[in-house]
Design a protein around this ligand. Structure first.
Ligand SMILES: [Zn+2]
Length: 297
């Protein structure tokens, strides 16, 4: 009898979920707006109702676990959600315990960027030995690091928060509760604001029409400085670059890579580090969550 992972990825815009087999192929894939989940009063009941039809159809004994990927702040043990900027009322919740109780199947969770990195390493068939980092520039600035193919979480579980490194003299407050984070200057949220207030254009067109504007290039410059800093410390073999901003039409990738390299020491890591554009696959999160579960169990 075949066994399956039931994956759920809760992103800023979409909640994607589906059934993945042990070869990491998709058996079923569904997508709903995250908003539907965000406005629901009982989050555990909402998730249980997504899960139950799969249990009825495939049998509880054939589902290895529920494996979740979320853009939330969580504890090192990955059992408690501390905060979720994209979802209303989804904070300080013992998600793993409560969902496990509701559906009577083991539940795992991990940060979305971490499972995305695992997916890309597998998809690109990269040699996992050493360090591989991922920078995912979407609404926020996501970052992940794998060492010998395993996600590095840090002593407290809060490693790889590249978006929240301090910028000198920046006084603005960040959603994370401190002041002066890099994410305030370099992520999709900044582009959204520029599109509305500065250019009165569609966010999707921002690089096509304004890609050479100083404000846009400054944003890319800050990204480059952050990425160059991480590379300087870690000397990774590969850096995977993904997320909606990087995938947007007209994104100045060449300027980003040139600026990163200019800020790296010569000859290495400037010449040794390899940049790879992420696949942008829609199902990356749900498959990545299954890969993560297979490593944990
Ligand atoms: Zn911050």
């Amino acid at each position: 009898m075949n066994k399956y992972y039931l994956s759920i990825e809760i992103g800023g815009t979409n909640l994607r979920y589906g059934l993945i087999d042990t070869n990491f192929s998709i058996i079923e894939f569904k997508k709903i707006p995250t908003k539907d989940f965000s406005i629901s009063n009982d989050k555990i009941k909402f998730l249980s109702e997504l899960i139950m039809p799969f249990i009825d159809k495939y049998g509880k004994d054939n589902i290895i676990c529920i494996t979740m990927a979320l853009a939330s702040l969580m504890n090192r043990e990955r059992t408690v959600i501390y905060s979720s900027p994209m979802v209303m009322g989804f904070e300080n919740i013992k998600l793993v315990e409560l969902l496990q109780e509701a559906v009577d199947i083991p539940v795992l969770m991990e940060k979305d960027v971490n499972v995305l990195l695992l997916y890309e390493i597998g998809k690109m068939n990269l040699n996992p030995s050493g360090i591989i980092t991922g920078v995912f520039i979407g609404t926020g600035l996501g970052n992940a690091m794998a060492i010998d193919g395993n996600i590095y979480k840090g002593a407290s579980g809060s490693a790889s928060e590249l978006g929240h490194i301090p910028v000198p003299d920046l006084e603005q407050e960040c959603g994370c509760g401190k002041k002066g984070c890099l994410e305030l200057l370099a992520c999709g949220r900044v582009l959204e604001r520029l599109a509305i207030e500065e250019y009165q254009c569609d966010i999707e067109d921002i690089f096509i029409y304004h890609g050479n504007d100083k404000k846009i290039l400054d944003l890319v410059y800050y990204l480059a400085i952050a990425i160059a800093t991480e590379i300087t410390i870690l000397d990774p073999a590969y850096v995977i670059l993904g997320g909606g901003v990087v995938e947007a039409e007209g994104f100045p990738m060449e300027y980003l890579l040139d600026t990163i390299r200019e800020n790296l020491r010569y000859p290495n890591p400037r010449e040794s580090v390899e940049f790879i554009k992420a696949s942008g696959d829609m199902e990356a999160g749900v498959i990545g969550a299954a890969i993560h579960a297979s490593q944990k169990l």
